[in-house]
Design a protein around this ligand. Structure first.
Ligand SMILES: NC(=O)c1ccc[n+]([C@@H]2O[C@H](COP(=O)([O-])OP(=O)(O)OC[C@H]3O[C@@H](n4cnc5c(N)ncnc54)[C@H](OP(=O)(O)O)[C@@H]3O)[C@@H](O)[C@H]2O)c1
Length: 264
C-alpha cells in the first residue's frame, strides 16, 4: 500500500493543492456555533468548505469566507440534479448559489448526484457552461459510480472533472474496490463524505484500539486512515470548535502501514 503523506492534496490534475481535511455543512443546527467552528477551521488550515444548494448553508459559508478573504478558503457547492434539464436552468441555479454565497466565483461546483433522466454527456456539457461563464473555477461530480464517471470524463471539452464526492469512511470502504483505484488512475480527487459515519466511528473497536495505541481519538484515527490514501480528502461535519481542533489533530502524522491494513 502506498501511504500518502501529504496534508494538502492535488485537486484533479490542476497542480492546485487543497486541504486534506475540510469541513462539511449539512445539518447545521446552531448557526452561531457553526460560524465559530468554520472560522476556527480556516484558522487551522482546514480551509476547504463543502456546502450545497440543498443544505441552506451557502449564505453562512459565504459570510465566513468573506471575513477571511476569498483566497483563504476553497469553496465547493453542489447543484440539485433537477436543474440539469437545460443549459439555462443549470446556469440560473448556479447563479443563485453564487448569489447566496455572496462571492464572485465558487472554486468548485458539483452535480449533487446524477440526473437519471438526462444523459451524463448533456449534464457535463451544462456544467461546463457554468465554468465557461465564470461562475466557478472547476467542475466535478458527486455520487458517480465508475461507469458514470467514465462517461463524465469522456464528455468534457474544456474543463476536467477534478472531484468525485462520495461516501467513504473506515467503516464503509466500498469505494476502495473500484472507484478509488479508478480515481487514482485518472487523477480525480475524492472528497470523502460522512467520513465519521455521523459520529459512529467512535464506537468502532479497531478505531478505539488504535486510538489508545497512538494517543489519538477514534475520530482522528478515522480521518488519518482516509487521507492516508492517495487522492483522498475528507469533509467531516461539525459545528463545534473543539471538534474542529480534534480534526486538526488528524494531520501531520500517519498510521503505520500494518495499522492501516488492520482497518481493512
Ligand atoms: N455529496 C453528498 O451526497 C453528501 C452526502 C452527505 C454528506 N455530504 C457532505 O459531507 C459532510 C460530512 O458528512 P455527514 O455530515 O453526513 O457526516 P459525518 O461528518 O460523518 O458526521 C457528522 C456528525 O458527526 C458528529 N461529530 C463530528 N465530530 C464528532 C466527534 N469528534 N465525535 C462525535 N461526533 C462527532 C457531528 O455532530 P456535531 O456537529 O455536533 O459535532 C455530526 O452530527 C456533510 O456535512 C456534507 O457537507 C455530502
Amino acid at each position: 500500500m502506498i501511504v500518502d503523506l501529504d496534508d494538502r492534496k492535488e485537486l484533479g490534475r490542476t497542480g492546485e493543492r487543497i486541504a486534506a481535511i475540510g469541513i462539511g455543512t449539512w445539518g447545521i443546527r446552531d448557526k452561531e456555533s457553526a460560524r465559530k467552528a468554520l472560522r476556527r477551521a480556516i484558522e487551522l488550515g482546514l480551509n476547504q468548505i463543502d456546502t450545497a444548494e440543498m443544505y441552506s448553508t451557502e449564505g453562512l459559508v459565504g459570510e465566513v469566507v468573506r471575513e477571511f478573504g476569498r483566497d483563504e478558503v476553497f469553496v465547493t457547492t453542489k447543484l440539485l440534479p433537477k436543474h440539469f434539464k437545460s443549459e439555462d436552468s443549470v446556469i440560473k441555479a448556479a447563479r443563485e448559489s453564487l448569489r447566496r454565497l455572496g462571492l464572485d466565483k465558487a472554486d468548485l461546483i458539483l452535480i449533487h448526484w446524477p440526473n437519471e433522466g438526462v444523459s451524463i454527456k448533456e449534464q457535463i456539457r451544462y456544467l461546463e457552461r457554468v465554468a465557461e461563464v465564470g461562475i466557478c473555477r472547476h467542475i466535478g461530480v458527486s455520487n458517480f459510480d465508475v461507469r458514470e464517471l467514465e462517461e463524465a470524463i469522456s464528455s468534457t471539452r474544456r474543463f476536467e472533472i477534478v472531484v468525485n464526492q462520495v461516501k467513504y469512511s473506515p467503516i464503509d470502504r466500498r469505494v476502495e474496490k473500484d472507484l478509488l483505484p479508478f480515481c487514482i488512475e485518472h487523477g480525480i480527487t475524492i472528497q470523502a463524505y460522512t467520513p465519521l459515519e455521523g459520529g459512529n466511528v467512535t464506537k468502532s473497536k479497531i478505531l478505539r484500539d488504535l486510538a489508545v495505541k497512538y494517543g489519538k481519538t477514534p475520530v482522528q484515527i478515522a480521518l488519518n486512515y482516509l487521507i492516508s490514501h492517495e487522492r483522498v480528502t475528507a469533509i467531516p461535519k461539525t459545528e463545534r470548535v473543539e471538534r474542529v481542533e480534534e480534526f486538526r489533530g488528524a494531520l501531520g502524522w500517519r498510521l503505520e502501514v500494518e495499522d492501516l491494513l488492520a482497518i481493512h
